[in-house]
Write a protein that binds this ligand. Sequence first.
Ligand code: 5CA
Length: 442
Amino acid sequence: MRLSKYFLPTIKENPKEAEIVSHRLMLRAGMIRQASAGIYTWLPLGFKVLKKIENIVRDEQVRAGAIEVLMPTIQSADLWKQSGRYEDYGKEMLRITDRHDREMLYGPTNEELITDTFKNGIKSYRDLPCNLFHIQWKFRDEVRPRFGIMRGREFLMKDAYSFDLTAEEGRKSYNKMFVSYLRTFDRLGLKAIPMAADTGPIGGDMSHEFIILAETGESEVYCHRDLVEFDVPGADLDYDSDLEPIIAKWTAPYAATDEEHDAERFAAEVDEKDRLQARGIEVGHIFFFGSKYSRPLNLSVQDSTGRQVAIESGSYGVGVSRLVGAIIEASHDDNGIIWPKSVSPFDVGLINLKAGDEATDTACENLYNRLTKDNIDVLYDDTNDRAGAKFSNMDLIGLPWQLIVGPRGVKSGEVEVKCRATGARETLSMDDAFNKLISEFH
Ligand code: 5CA
């Protein structure tokens, strides 16, 4: 992509309305703009990151055996009245009346709708287990939307819903999602810690929040230091094998959010030197609630003995749009964002230090074409801006590698390669620079 043909409205000054670094940097890097309180337009650069995160989340759901669907954003109130949540959800639910005076709502979550959908599709216990997920916009009329897309009113969520014949089978489905979350957040370059959590309006008696440690996090969390260093299962993991040992390892050390924290237990179970008390960002939340929705919505099947049983369910959320902010909170410096390779909007930023100079233009065009042909996604700054402005803009938007091409270097056949994370710069021949970047991404 040539910058001259792109839409990247970056901002030099710090926007006053932004209280935390991720919000500031997302506005400055031209990733989002507020449309109204807690509601954002995703500009091209932000949208690319959002899509990359979405794809990794999807990939790991499918790997764990979940099947993708797409449910609507607008739902009828009927099912919510049946489950009792139409009243319980209170003001956070955006209620809408259509032209026929039918009560509708913008979905804050989808337990009711998926339970009903599954009920109409299942024929017998042989159709179990099943886990259906979708990645869809949600609306919650938060009292205090803040921190940009971190606590928005409209936000993108991955929500999965499992259906099983018995609580024991249900636990296995829960475990699959637990492990798939460990892998998902690891691929996003994050260290996420599963913590015992409160179930709130979703309900149930087993629940874990996945927390990224960050000073600007909204929750106070407490855990054993070891959890920060645990290894995550590899891509070759067989999800149909016994996952209990992995769950046991990750849930043995103390880890709890504020609502579930027990100071006495923390002191008794964790040595003082290993106690970690920090702020955290909740990027995922999983629940097992048994038959809380299947009973009122009449989702049951005959088991192999002919007995009619209510289906056991859980739901599993990932804050896809919140993750964009969480990744920035975890990875930035004074100059801007530092994207992990897996979610960076482009792979390489190519800087032409003297656009209009024939030899420099030719060298840049050459590198741009070669890299693009090899599937490296390049953002080529071919504008007439000053070199200083180009450097700071490229640092701000945080692409992992920069390729800097100026007239002096071109004369001797050399370019500079800069690593955004370390700031290290290397002068290389054009071919060596090309080969280095290829090897970084393939
Ligand atoms: N139905 C369940 C699981 S599918 C559910 O709704 N869970 S939740 O309420 O915990 O939300 C799931 C995830 O969405 C949270 O872990 C969080 O990362 C994200 N999320 C929740 N509220 C917001 C919000 N206002 N803005 C951005 N992300 C949010």
